[in-house]
Design a protein around this ligand. Structure first.
Ligand SMILES: O=C(O)C(=O)C[C@]1(C(=O)O)C=C[C@@H](O)C=C1
Length: 280
């Protein structure tokens, strides 16, 4: 029986590169059982796993320059049962792809909003008057390059090779150490590991953030990330996404997680897992 992995496609996206990197971490004799399934949005990749139509999803969570991937966090909050199996940190090296022979010919640059943000300063410096157009993925941006010598796309060198498109300028990141953290999620219980992720909502009253954080601090549990997203119910109400440097199977962490319930409205525990850096 094959194991399907959902990701933001089409092939050639950074999400696909992360999915391939995840496959390379598995024993070679099982890799043939995995089937990669591209989806047009991150939300759909997560939904098919939550509905049991795919086994795993590989989705971006956070970028070192642009911060959180809001769509991933919002979708995870809405769905039930998804557990993190593994985190992967993938280096992101953006390149400018175009059929133009020089930067002067370019009038429009297409890409996913994240790479447009990751290369913002480069774009301001070298292409200050072009129009920037967001697309649903870096590979979707490539379709605007067909038979057009005034357009460019920001995508990976791998996408350029796959779709046979010339690279006009390589390495255009504003900061060289650009990397994105991905999560591998499924309906299986998470395997345990060095990090635990959770999210909670709380009402807009004094201490609604301090109290849950105090529960963690009281037990010496270190937090490696905190992000907020609006509940979308009313202005000023938030969902907090937290990563802990701790394994939920440890007694004190388990106690803290159960105590959180009394200081929050809804708590969702996404599980404990290890983080793997990927060298490309
Ligand atoms: O468009 C792609 O190629 C993606 O894989 C999406 C995505 C993202 O959603 O952040 C993934 C990682 C990179 O930081 C840039 C874009």
């Amino acid at each position: 029986m094959s194991i399907s992995i959902a990701y933001l496609g089409p092939p050639g996206t950074y999400a696909e590169a992360a999915t391939q990197a995840y496959l390379r971490t598995l024993p070679s004799e099982v890799i043939g059982e995995y089937l990669l399934r591209p989806y047009p949005t991150i939300a759909q990749a997560l939904q098919v796993v939550a509905q049991g139509e795919a086994t795993l999803a590989v989705v971006p969570v956070e970028n070192s320059i642009e911060g959180n991937v809001a769509l991933t966090l919002d979708t995870l909050w809405q769905l039930s049962g998804l557990q993190i199996q593994q985190a992967l940190v993938l280096p992101i090296e953006n390149t400018l792809l175009s059929k133009a022979s020089s930067l002067e010919e370019i009038k429009t640059v297409y890409s996913h909003p994240q790479p447009l943000g990751q290369c913002q300063r480069w774009l301001e410096r070298f292409l200050p008057s072009v129009q920037l157009v967001p697309t649903s993925s870096t590979v979707q941006a490539l379709k605007y390059l067909e038979n057009n010598y005034t357009t460019a796309a920001i995508a990976s060198a791998r996408a350029a090779r796959l779709y046979n498109i010339p690279i006009l300028v390589s390495s255009i990141n504003d900061y060289p150490d650009n990397c994105t953290r991905f999560w591998v999620l499924s309906l299986q219980p998470s395997p345990g590991g060095s990090h635990t992720s959770l999210a909670f909502s709380s009402s807009d009253v004094p201490g609604s953030l301090v109290k849950p954080l105090q529960v963690l601090a009281n037990r010496g549990i270190n937090m490696s990330r905190i992000e907020s997203r609006p509940t979308k119910r009313s202005l000023g109400e938030y969902i907090f996404f937290i990563d802990l440097e701790a394994d939920a199977s440890v007694n004190s962490v388990q106690e803290a997680l159960s105590e959180l319930a009394s200081h929050t409205e809804i708590v969702k525990i996404f599980g404990s897992y290890n983080v793997l850096p990927i060298n490309q």
